[in-house]
Design a protein around this ligand. Structure first.
Ligand SMILES: [Zn+2]
Length: 102
């Protein structure tokens, strides 16, 4: 895929925003991904996904240790939906909702 097509593809479905393009930095909840704004491979935050985890009352540490922090990981173009991640990690999320991590 040519890089411009890839960047356009990511702008449409990728929720990643890298630290250079983000007003607020949230380093502990970032991961390496392609930024939807500038197209760079960089530490990115996926605010919608993190907001979903926070809506399930999961701690930052738990998210960081056990859950994917981006729907669009790496530069291969795979993007998972929040619904997909919720389904795959459902048991883990259920067990740790309400801050019941040990
Ligand atoms: Zn960027």
């Amino acid at each position: 895929m040519n890089p411009h097509v890839l960047i356009e593809f990511h702008r449409q479905i990728n929720g990643n925003v890298c630290h250079d393009c983000m007003a607020i930095r949230h380093i502990e909840l970032s991961d390496m991904g392609v930024c939807s704004q500038c197209g760079n491979l960089a530490q990115c935050l996926d605010a919608d996904l993190i907001a979903y985890y926070q809506s399930r009352l999961l701690s930052h540490e738990f998210i960081w240790r056990y859950l994917p922090m981006l729907r669009a990981l790496g530069s291969c173009g795979e993007v998972y939906s929040i619904e997909h991640i919720a389904r795959v990690y459902n048991k883990l999320i259920e067990e740790n909702t309400f801050g019941s991590e040990n």
